[in-house]
Design a protein around this ligand. Structure first.
Ligand SMILES: [Zn+2]
Ligand SMILES: [Zn+2]
Length: 417
């Protein structure tokens, strides 16, 4: 079979891979890149595609899938959680960027009509291809794809996290013998802190602020990170008010509907009961009257209600803004972290509140990658994608040190397996 890389090579954004066998063409993810105007993976004619498999709902993996449904219905396979989250994220994407998108709301509706929800481990056969989704540990419902055809087995990891978090179990890694592995490389040469230490430090830092009468803003992505923060605080018996705002509220509703996909459904339900759900400006203003933690998107302060809270909290050294994800250079979050500045009332101002970043990554780190590669059976060829060029190169280096053939593909490259 042939693997064609359609996007998401040497970069994060517009992940897309086509696998072509004698009878079937499968597209694995078809995402968008969102730096500025949305951009799309390499074109593949919908008439040439038999099915699409989506690993998870993040738009860099799912945002371009409805493009296939402009001209022709094609079955799309993913977990039920992924489909529900895609609905939330695609509708929001259409609302914000619809003007730039070559598909419309109706095309997403067609896509959902042709959705084929799958559980982890469920085997599917389409013509000469057989595939299974297994846990990726990245966000709820996220999956890796194990695909078998013409006597070959390939693994596409999508985005993975190998360690257990409060929300999810670490990624499934009992793959069996493989001929090819397409693997993400986001943090290939970076180590994440030990999860338990990180949680402890995070909760203690928050306690210090609220016990001193201050308020803490945690800007976080709506899907996954917001709920992880809430669950971490609940696990460590945090007793001050916790509030959740913005699209994180809708994502939480979806997680509640699929609570059995989470690592600890009871802990999650407890966290949801403990939180206050912000539903309007009156709630927001009331919240700011006493000490509390506010979890609100966007994670890099590029918009959303987090911006409102950041403007209010920034003015006092009693408060804190604790970032919980990587901050892309050029974003307001990065500016805040590096220079302690934020735009308040239209002007750039010095921020008095404490600012710190806690590395709650949902991606596998350096030692995780090395362990995963070492455990691979069958001497597979490794293709490093979804990362800056130097990250993909680092991943290839680890693979080659283990005697595996490894490549950093470019968009349009075709490999025979
Ligand atoms: Zn992702
Ligand atoms: Zn991704």
């Amino acid at each position: 079979m042939k693997i064609t890389f359609l996007g998401g090579t040497c970069a994060i954004g517009k992940s897309a891979v086509a696998v072509k066998t004698g009878e079937t063409t499968v597209v694995l993810d078809y995402g968008v890149a969102m730096d500025g105007v949305p951009s799309f993976p390499m074109h593949i004619a919908p008439r040439d595609v038999d099915l699409v498999i989506v690993t998870h709902a993040h738009l860099d993996h799912s945002g371009a899938v409805p493009l296939f449904h402009v001209s022709r219905p094609i079955p799309v396979y993913a977990t039920p959680v992924t489909f529900d989250l895609m609905e939330l994220l695609l509708n929001d994407f259409l609302r914000l960027s619809g003007y730039y998108l070559p598909y419309e709301y109706l095309d997403t509706k067609t896509m959902f009509e042709f959705s084929r929800p799958l559980r982890y481990g469920e085997k599917v056969s389409v013509k000469d291809v057989e595939f299974t989704l297994v846990n990726a540990g990245h966000i709820p419902g996220s999956a890796q794809v194990l695909l078998e055809a013409e006597g070959k087995r390939i693994l596409y990891t999508g985005d993975i996290n190998d360690v257990d978090t409060c929300l999810l179990k670490g990624a499934f890694r009992d793959y069996g013998p493989l001929d090819a592995v397409i693997i993400e490389s986001t943090y290939a040469d970076e180590e994440h802190p030990e999860r338990d230490d990180l949680e402890k430090e995070f909760v203690e830092s928050i306690l210090e602020v609220v016990e001193g009468g201050g308020k803490v803003l945690v800007p976080a992505f709506s899907v996954g990170r917001s709920q992880e923060v809430l669950t971490v605080l609940t696990k460590w018996r945090f007793e001050y008010p916790m509030a959740v705002d913005g699209m994180a509220v809708d994502a939480t509703q979806i997680f509640l509907k699929h609570v059995d996909w989470l690592r600890d459904p009871e802990l999650f339900k407890k966290a949801v009961r403990a939180a206050k759900w912000v539903s309007g400006w009156k709630d927001r203003r009331l919240l700011l009257k006493k000490e509390c933690v506010i979890i609100a998107p966007a994670g890099m302060l590029k918009g959303g209600t987090a911006v409102f809270y950041a403007e209010k909290l920034a003015k006092s050294g009693n408060n804190a803004i604790y970032l919980v994800s990587y901050q892309i250079p050029g974003t307001p979050g990065r500016e805040l972290l590096e220079k302690g500045r934020f735009v308040i009332g239209g002007k750039i101002r010095k921020v008095k509140a404490k600012v710190k970043r806690f590395d709650f990554s949902s991606h596998i780190g350096m030692s995780g990658f090395k362990r995963l590669l070492k455990e691979l059976e069958g001497n597979p060829v490794v293709y490093a994608v979804h990362g800056e060029p130097e990250k993909c190169a680092a991943l290839c280096r680890y693979a080659r040190e283990l005697g595996l053939e490894a490549h950093v593909p470019k968009v349009g490259d075709v490999y025979e397996v």
